[in-house]
Design a binder for this molecule. Sequence first.
Ligand code: UD1
Ligand code: CA
Length: 454
Amino acid sequence: MNLEVIILAAGQGTRMKSPLPKVLHPVAGRPMLQHVVETARALQAKAIHVVVGHGAEQVRVALDDSALTWVTQEQQLGTGHAVLQAMPAVQPDSTVLILYGDVPLISAATLERLVAVAVSAPALLTARVAKPAGYGRILRDEAGALVGVVEHKDASDSQLLIDEINSGVLAAPASDLQQYLPAIKNENSQGEFYLPDVLAMAVADGKAVATCMAESELEIQGVNDRVQLNQVEREFQRLQAEQLMRAGVSLADGSRLDVRGVLHCGVDVSIDVNVVLEGVVTLGDGVSIGPNCVLRDVTVGEGATIHAMSHLQEADVGAACSVGPYARLRPGTVLGAGARIGNFVETKNANIGLGSKVNHLTYIGDCDMGAGVNIGAGTITCNYDGANKFRTEIGDGVFVGSNSTLVAPLQIAEQGFIGAGSTVTRAVDKGELAVSRARQRNISGWQRPTKNKD
Ligand code: UD1
Ligand code: CA
C-alpha cells in the first residue's frame, strides 16, 4: 500500500495572539508542524503534502524541507476544501492520511492502526472525552456502525450529549476522497466545507466506515491557544522523561527536566532538577548533571560531572572532567579528559588539554592549552584589541599565577611559569619564569593616617 499524508496547516490561529503562524509555535524547541511531519515520516509515507494559507511563506521557510509538497489554500473555506486542494498531487491508488499541523502529539502507533483499517473505505480516529464541547460528535446506528459526524455548532441537544468525538484524523483510499470531496456542500451553520461529510457519503454508498480509538485524550489535543500549547508541551516532556527513565537514566524529578531537541545518553547518567537540554546533547556513561544547568549542543564524555548552575553551549567536555558550579562554556570549548573548570570561569574557542585546571574566576578565550596546565584565579586571556581577535598558546605543564593578564597573540612554552599579577605581552620560552609587576617596597616607620579631630 502507498501511503500519502496531507497535513492541514492553513488556519490562522487567532487565539494564539501572535504574529507567528500557529503551526510554527514550538513544542519541545521545534515547530509543532515539524513534529507532525516527523510522525508522518515514521509511517514511511511516500509523499507528505502540507496545506498552508496564513503565513504560508513563513511556514515554508521555517520548515526548510525539500521533501515536502506544499499546497496553498488561499481562502480557508473548511477542512474538506483544504484537503481537496491537495488532491491533484495525490496518486489515485494511494491511501491518504489526514493530519493536523496543530495536533502535534499524535503517535505513529495509533496512526498505523487507523491506516490499516482504511483499505477499502474511509476510517476515522475517534476518542471518548470528558468535555466534548467544541468537537464534532460521532453518530452511530443501533448496531453501533458509524453513520456520520455532526459538528458542535450544528448538533441538536441530544447529539450534544454524545461523548465520542471526531479527532479530525482520518484515513481513506484516495479514490474515495476524489469521489466525495467535490460533492461536499457548505450548507451548515459555519458555511464551511466539512471534511467529515465524506464519511456520511461513503456510508450512503454502502461502505462500512471503520473507527479507531486514540490511546489518550492528549494524543489528539489540538492547540488553539497558549494554555493548550502548554498542556501539549508538558505532556511531551512527561513522555520524554518517562522514556529516558525506562532507558536507564536517573532523573531527580521527571517533571523538572526539559529536553528541547535530541538527547543521547549512555549507561547510568543522572540528571538533577531544573535542567534544560537543547539541540543535540550527548551524555556519556556515568555522566552527572547538577541542578539548574543549561546545555545546548554539547557532548559530555564518560564519567564527567557538570556541577550546579553551569551553562554550556557548543562545547565538547572530555571524559572525567569536572565543570562548575557556575561555569560558562561558550562555543568552541573543547576540554581534554580530566580537565577541571571551576566557578565563575568563562571559556570560548578554547582547547584545554588533559587534566588542566582553570578553577576560579577566569576568562579563557581563543586559546590552545596543553596538558597539566594550572591557571590561577583571576587570569584573563586578552584576546581582543578592539578590532581583531588573537590566540594564546600555552604549553604543557605551564603554571600561570593568579590575576595574570595574558595579552594575545602570545606563546607560553611548556613548563613556563608566570608570576602572579603579571601582564604578559612577550613570548615565554620553555621553563622560563616571567614576572612583570612592580617590585615590592616595604617602608618601615610609616605612619597610618588618623581621624581628624573636630
Ligand atoms: C475539526 C472537525 C471536528 C473535530 C475537530 C477536532 C471539521 C469540519 N470539523 O473541527 O469534527 O472534532 O476538528 O479537533 O473538520 N484548516 C485548514 N483550512 C481550512 C480549515 C481548517 O487548513 O479551510 C485546518 C486548520 O488550520 C486546523 C484544522 O484544519 O489545523 C482544523 O480546522 P478547525 O477549523 O480548527 O476545525 P475544528 O472546528 O476544530
Ligand atoms: Ca474551528
